[in-house]
Design a protein around this ligand. Structure first.
Ligand code: NDP
Length: 279
């Protein structure tokens, strides 16, 4: 453990936009709880500058960064080495500066979602019908861990259907995923619907056919923020059994990043409680 008078180790999150991020608050609480001497800042980097500016952060002394929208796939191209789960996702949300100055990329989104669904929300995931909306970096990260739960069916629907089909093909060795555009999603209702589009951030909800949500469905928006999102409103209007936002995933994926950087696993419950009180 670092002595408190030492210069703090520097970490941060890179995204665009990034001002809305709760990661500094979360990692600040983790650091306090685990007595780790570190700082954690926001870095707003435009897509065209990602490679140059991300490398500059490491040469200027950062020990690790989280990577968020829209850079996760670019981060997979930036790092020198990837963990198995990041290689499978071809998307990186956590970069670690290693002792030999090389960059290791990992993806903690999937484990973050699964821990929230299973441990925090108490859901039984095996043999369920799953529908994922969106085929971007977040979907890449959550697919393999969701497939590990042995779903009865798995459908990816995306605004640009070719991206959904490309993802389905990339995971074909693990599962026979059905891919389509939103209007072509077919019932019967799904046990779990995950909104992994960024439509909520734009105040939008993809137009979905009827018959996908029942009174047993759980609807989970990866987006988080104050109040309802267009997706959670849609799910409520169809009487879904449970409607959740991505706070728990946010905290759980952050805890896994923190563990990678510091070798200490923070307790997530107090942070999740504090966040949901604030938000
Ligand atoms: P990407 O930019 O990689 O992908 C965005 C996805 O959203 C694409 O599938 C895109 O479709 C779709 N999309 C964007 N706008 C619309 C729209 N108006 N209508 C329908 N579809 C749309 O983003 P990420 O995958 O990284 O992130 C997705 C969401 O997940 C964000 O809200 C992000 O904040 C959240 N997230 C939350 C986490 C958490 O811990 N809770 C962790 C990671 C992500 P197309 O292919 O057609 O462009």
């Amino acid at each position: 453990m670092a002595k408190l008078q030492d210069k703090p180790d520097q970490y941060g999150v890179v995204g665009h936009p990034i001002a809305h991020s709760w990661s500094p608050f979360i990692h600040g609480m983790f650091a306090k709880e685990c007595a780790q001497n570190l700082t954690y800042r926001l870095y707003d980097i435009e897509p065209a500058d990602f490679r140059r500016e991300a490398l500059r952060l490491f040469t200027s002394g950062l020990r690790g960064v989280n990577v968020t929208l829209p850079h996760k796939e670019s981060a997979a191209e930036l790092v020198n080495e990837m963990t198995a789960r990041a290689t499978r996702a071809q998307a990186v949300n956590t970069i670690v500066l290693q002792k030999d100055n090389s960059l290791l990329g990992d993806n903690t989104d999937g484990i973050g979602l699964i821990r929230d669904l299973q441990d925090n929300l108490g859901l039984e995931l095996a043999h369920k019908r799953l529908l994922i909306l969106g085929a971007g970096g977040a979907t890449r990260g959550i697919l393999a861990p969701l497939i590990d739960t042995q779903p009865a069916a798995l459908v990816i629907a995306n605004r640009t259907p070719v991206r959904a089909r490309t993802l389905a093909a990339a995971f074909r060795d693990l599962y026979d995923i059905q891919a389509c555009e939103f209007k072509d999603v077919q019932g019967p209702p799904y046990d779990l619907i995950v909104n992994a589009t960024s439509a909520s951030l734009q105040g939008q909800m993809p137009e979905m056919p009827a018959g996908l949500v029942s009174e047993d469905s759980v609807c989970y928006d990866l987006a988080y923020g104050r109040g309802h999102t267009p997706f959670t409103l849609w799910a409520k209007s169809l009487y879904a059994a449970r409607v959740c936002k991505g706070w728990g995933m946010l905290v759980e994926q952050a805890a896994e990043s923190f563990y990678l950087w510091r070798g200490v696993r923070p307790d997530t419950h107090s942070v999740l409680e504090a966040l949901t009180r604030k938000a």
